[in-house]
Design a protein around this ligand. Structure first.
Ligand SMILES: Nc1ncnc2c1ncn2[C@@H]1O[C@H](COP(=O)(O)OP(=O)(O)OP(=O)(O)O)[C@@H](O)[C@H]1O
Ligand SMILES: [Mg+2]
Length: 355
């Protein structure tokens, strides 16, 4: 595979200029120092691991495994594939990385410290941020589902801008990457939202990548490409949008007998998204469709598709529907340590806003 060809294009509206990630929000400047802070804790070099000689370290590094954490969360098959080492060696390396990292139980203090380093990306609406406990969280998968026109894609556009803001303004000083399976990504909407936030629209578009996914395999391949973008180009990706997660899976595996195959493949995809979220501390925002529940007599007769596999993988689940006077109603359905709650917001030309 030709590594230099990335499906993630800069926005079509971006002027021809290869210098991406310019001054706005000092994204490039801050990146290095921020990474430094994150790395310090596991700054043990990979050749210090028993079983990793200089040659193997070189191979691992070339394949992008530069930190203990990246090795600790890898699978043996992955290392065998990319580094041409044996299965036993791969397992040994992973186990050693895990024991060095002390990936077992951590004290409440350490856990709290980790929680405090989580970034919450603003949705543009205080009410909606509040619902999510501050915004869309890095290191987690947030699933938003709802009917046609409920605002899922609009919120994705908003987040693609929000993520670029400095942290004190509800951003993550990073860039968004969008996997578009429905052809509904609109760079001009990103431009309008950026303008409403007083950002330089050219830079806002440069700090964004989008790609169309044509089928589920293609969609899954893009996750690998995202890792390449992070490792090879050092892009400070803080948000990955998959809009929508299920449409290809749903249309490609439509027969009843294909459900198990679909769920297996979906599980793999979600696993890769989760790994991306954890390894690089990225917020994953996925949209999902709904289906009618035929046996409902009370309440809303719709539910998200994707079954248990998706339910399990999503850290936050939120249901959107149309409300009164053009507003949207968001209901937090599933979230750690948070009550089920509702709020309303509106979609405007300048993004998501409070009512
Ligand atoms: N500038 C705007 N001002 C007000 N409302 C807007 C604006 N842009 C889009 N909308 C509203 O948002 C709706 C589209 O929402 P969106 O595309 O986010 O829905 P969705 O949940 O992604 O739907 P689908 O399931 O079809 O993908 C439009 O129907 C429109 O009502
Ligand atoms: Mg949509």
């Amino acid at each position: 595979m030709n590594k230099s060809i990335s499906p993630f294009e800069k926005s079509a509206k971006t002027p021809k200029d290869d210098k991406v990630l310019l001054a706005q929000n000092e994204i490039t400047d801050k990146k290095e120092s921020e990474q430094g802070v994150v790395k310090k804790k596991d700054e043990i070099k990979i050749e210090e691991l028993p079983g990793v000689g200089a040659a193997t370290a070189e191979k691992l590094r070339e394949a992008g495994y530069t930190t203990l954490m990246s090795l600790a969360v890898a699978s043996p098959g992955e290392l065998v594939e990319v580094c041409a080492i044996g299965d036993a060696v791969a397992k040994k390396i992973i186990n050693n990385a895990r024991s060095k990292l002390d990936m077992g139980f951590e004290s409440g203090e350490d856990l709290l410290r980790k929680r405090l380093s989580v970034i919450k990306i603003t949705t543009g609406s205080k009410a909606l941020d509040g619902l999510f406990g501050g915004g869309i969280e890095t290191g987690a998968v947030t699933e938003v589902y709802g009917a046609y026109g409920s605002g899922k894609t609009s919120l994705a556009h908003q987040l693609a801008v929000s993520v670029q803001l400095p942290k004190e303004k509800g951003g993550a000083n990073g860039i968004a990457l969008w996997i578009d399976s429905e052809g509904t990504l609109r760079p001009e909407f990103i431009e309008r939202i950026a303008k409403a936030y007083g950002l330089d629209t050219n830079i806002a578009l440069k700090n964004f990548r989008g790609a169309r996914a044509f089928n589920s395999d293609h969609q899954m391949l893009m996750i690998e490409k995202i890792e390449e973008l992070i490792k090879d180009q050092g892009l400070p990706i803080k948000l990955v949008i998959v809009d929508s997660l299920m449409s290809h899976f749903r249309s490609e595996f439509s027969g009843r007998g294909q459900l198990a195959d679909r769920q297996q493949k979906l599980n793999k995809h979600l696993h890769e998204l989760l790994r991306l979220a954890h390894t690089y501390d990225i917020a994953i925002y996925v949209t999902n469709q709904v289906m009618a529940k035929p046996d409902t007599f009370f309440g809303d007769p719709t539910e998200a598709i994707g079954g248990h596999v998706l339910h399990h993988a999503s850290t936050y689940r939120c249901y959107l529907r149309r409300g009164k006077k053009g507003s949207r109603v968001a209901k937090l359905v599933d979230a750690p340590a948070m009550p089920e709650n509702e709020c309303i917001f509106v979609v405007t030309d300048g993004g998501i806003k409070d009512v």
